[in-house]
Write a protein that binds this ligand. Structure first.
Ligand SMILES: [Zn+2]
Length: 178
């Protein structure tokens, strides 16, 4: 299936139908010279630890991954740092405030945007919170769970990039949660 970048045919600035390939991962408009690149959008996710070292997971209420587990997070918006995006998404979804954000790992991903795959870079952080009280629900989640790391079964995790991040977390757990 064509991805988002391959599907772009018209210049988004002047509307010219001559938006032509210009080297690898670039297209250029023949009329106004506008150039666009096959860059990913950025999504953030967090392993949020409670004071008892439990991790906050969401059980998904929608496809893809219906009934499976994932992490709080979402897409960064223009003008945000990744940390700001993560604080906003977590607050919107759960009412939880984060402290001590640290980069963990990242992985390339793809997001289905209106039937067309769009390149994404998933960036994962670890963070802490002082409460296990989840104040808000969102339509994407049927429930929120606090699980210790050994209680998390990778086959229950909805997305391959989140499974990769879990593997990275397991490797580094003793330094993250001493
Ligand atoms: Zn143009």
């Amino acid at each position: 299936m064509k991805n988002h970048f391959d599907s772009l045919r018209f210049c988004p600035i002047c509307g010219s139908p001559e938006l032509l390939p210009n080297g690898k991962s670039c297209k250029q408009c023949n009329r106004c010279s506008y150039r666009t690149f096959d860059n990913p959008v950025v999504a953030v996710g967090a392993f949020i630890f409670s004071p008892s070292k439990k991790i906050l997971l969401t059980r998904r209420a929608i496809e893809p991954g219906f009934g499976m587990l994932s992490l709080p997070g979402g897409f960064a918006e223009a003008g945000e740092s990744l940390e700001t995006a993560l604080r906003r998404e977590t607050s919107e979804e759960t009412g939880i405030s984060l402290t001590g954000l640290h980069y963990l790992t990242s992985a390339p991903n793809s997001y289905n945007e209106g039937g067309i795959p769009r390149a994404v870079c998933d960036v994962f952080f670890t963070a802490h919170t002082t409460t296990e009280t989840v104040l808000l629900q969102e339509s994407e989640a049927s429930e929120w769970l606090w699980l210790s790391l050994p209680e998390v079964r990778l086959e229950e995790i909805a997305f391959p990039t989140v499974r990769l991040a879990f593997a990275c977390l397991k490797e580094n757990f003793s330094s993250i949660c001493p």
